[in-house]
Write a protein that binds this ligand. Structure first.
Ligand SMILES: NC(=O)c1ccc[n+]([C@@H]2O[C@H](COP(=O)([O-])OP(=O)(O)OC[C@H]3O[C@@H](n4cnc5c(N)ncnc54)[C@H](OP(=O)(O)O)[C@@H]3O)[C@@H](O)[C@H]2O)c1
Length: 245
């Protein structure tokens, strides 16, 4: 389905990003994966390569423009093309707005929103040259609905939706699609700290009555990256068990 394609997946050392990298490999793509931790992301690449897939890893902090440029250079140096970018890396620094520190607001916006912009901007030139490309931005149900204690995260994830629509309009004529996925509550390290009582309350908001798994998001990424999604751009795909409808 994605045979011979090359994909960059940011934040792929664990959780949703690692699942996306695996599903893209299973669909036939080569992957270049990054996270800030060299060792953790190398372990994911090693596991994929040992199964016969083609994965290379590199330490890159997407909140730093220089790291992003190096990531793209590495990818082009190895594969000469970039067909798919999955902007997945993200962080939380949750607290009520009254207690929110400027540096926490800045860190969340710089990683989740500015980092997404850096990566997207950096792949546009090669994608325009190829006259094709798929950009998939991982937003969140929180960016759609809001959530007390997550002002910075919600602002960044909502920003990703406006960014997605704008870039979709800018580059559609070049054969590039740009879409967002808004996952609901997915079982990963990011959601592991939610107290059990709160988890039970959240289940009442989910028509399918369960948290999602990383592979639920990864399957949606593979669809948007595939030829089957060729006439879809500027959209938000909600992978949330029905929380938003
Ligand atoms: N889990 C959920 O319920 C849920 C719901 C909606 C949306 N999402 C979104 O889905 C994405 C993945 O979430 P997750 O639950 O898999 O989170 P996670 O388990 O915390 O993993 C986050 C990944 O991003 C990497 N990362 C963080 N900051 C980075 C940076 N500056 N540069 C490069 N990599 C960075 C992390 O590795 P290092 O720490 O080594 O850098 C890790 O690989 C995030 O964008 C998140 O906001 C998650």
């Amino acid at each position: 389905m994605l045979t011979g394609k090359t994909a960059i997946v940011t934040g792929a050392s664990r959780g949703i990003g690692a699942a996306i990298a695996r599903k893209l490999c299973e669909a036939g793509s080569n992957v270049v994966i990054c996270s800030r931790s060299d060792e953790a992301v190398a372990a994911i690449a090693d596991a994929l390569n040992s199964e016969g897939y083609t994965a290379i890893s590199t330490a890159a902090d997407i909140s730093r423009k220089g790291d992003v440029e190096a990531l793209v250079k590495t990818t082009l140096g190895r594969f000469s093309q970039i067909d798919i970018l999955v902007n997945n890396a993200g962080i939380t620094r949750d607290t009520l707005l009254m207690r929110l520190k400027d540096e926490d607001w800045d860190a969340v916006l710089q990683t989740n929103l500015t980092g997404t912009m850096y990566c997207t901007r950096a792949v546009l030139r090669p994608m325009i040259r190829q006259r094709s490309g798929r950009i998939i931005n991982i937003s969140s149900v929180i960016g759609v609905m809001g959530n007390p204690g997550q002002a910075s995260y919600a602002a960044a994830k909502a920003g990703i939706l406006g960014f997605t629509k704008t870039i979709a309009r800018e580059v559609g004529v070049r054969g590039i699609t740009v879409n967002a996925i808004a996952p609901g509550f997915i079982t990963t390290d990011m959601t592991a700290q939610i107290p059990e009582q709160h988890q039970n309350q959240l289940l009442d908001l989910i028509p399918l009555r369960r948290f999602g798994g990383p592979e639920d998001v990864a399957d949606a990424v593979c669809f948007l990256a595939s030829d089957a999604a060729r006439y879809i751009t500027g959209q938000t795909l909600h992978v949330d068990g029905g929380m938003v409808m």
